[in-house]
Design a protein around this ligand. Structure first.
Ligand code: 1GP
Length: 248
């Protein structure tokens, strides 16, 4: 039997000084040369991992190519952030093996996972069991994933999802506002979840983090990792400033 919980990336993420910064690469929105350029630059400025994935236009071949290129230049984990089974690549170090808990479509809760699991097993990719919880705006992930986004002003519902995820054995909780969201995940959601579960869960949050202030709010609430995607594509200097703000 293959050991899918090889714990290499897991141990790296757990043992690193928090908070961490993850750079999101969406293969649909970026060409390979650009990706290599900004992944290398953000690596030089202290980003802790690369997430790779997106909701549309993702193929395994595209992801393979990007990972092979960036791996020549950086030595931080490259983690899959799949929107569907086309987002699985044998070149990655680990996968956020996610269930979109507040989807109304069982496909995104367990269907895609059933189709993807044998592939992840065959490739021997390290698995990071992740609850994906979409709040507010939702963006493409919310639309494609048939999510019923949790209202901005109902943080207790998001926290209840996180508790349920923990009780189901998921160690990673990803609170998502949606790529390009006008607002970040309400920091109170992160704060409450951290208060209740502490380091038993690793809280990732992203969506709309486009300045230092927003990043700091999430860090102060207790997020373990902040994801930035859109700002990296739009304004790399700003992305660097966000990393600095996160790292203090
Ligand atoms: C989306 O949380 C990520 O899945 C990142 O969002 O593109 O808004 O940074 P942004």
């Amino acid at each position: 039997m293959k050991k899918l919980r090889k714990l290499k990336v897991h141990e790296y993420l757990k043992s690193k000084k928090k908070p961490l910064h993850f750079t999101l690469i969406d293969p649909e929105k970026t060409n390979k040369n650009e990706v290599v350029k900004y992944a290398t630059l953000l690596y030089d400025h202290g980003t802790d991992a690369i997430l790779i994935g997106g909701s549309t236009g993702v193929t395994e071949r595209k992801i393979d190519d990007i990972i092979v290129e960036i791996r020549k230049r950086i030595d931080i984990p490259i983690i899959l952030f799949p929107g569907n089974i086309s987002g699985i690549s044998r070149e990655a170090d680990a996968i956020l093996f996610m269930s979109l808990l507040n989807s109304e479509n069982p496909y995104f809760i367990i269907g895609a996972q059933v189709l993807g699991a044998p592939i992840v097993y065959e490739y021997g990719i390290e698995v990071l069991p992740t609850a994906y919880i979409i709040v507010g705006y939702g963006g493409a992930a919310g639309y494609i994933g048939h999510a019923r986004p949790i209202p901005w002003d109902k943080p207790e519902i998001a926290v209840a999802y996180a508790l349920a995820a923990y009780m189901l054995g998921m160690e990673y909780i990803y609170f998502e506002a949606g790529s390009g969201s006008p607002k970040i995940v309400p920091p109170i959601i992160v704060k409450k979840t951290k208060e209740l579960l502490g380091d038993q869960v690793f809280i990732i949050t992203g969506g709309g983090v486009n300045n230092e202030e927003k990043a700091k709010q999430l860090v102060e609430a207790g997020a373990d990792a902040i994801v930035t995607g859109t700002i990296v594509e739009q304004d790399i200097e700003k992305a660097i400033r966000i990393i600095k703000a996160i790292k203090g």
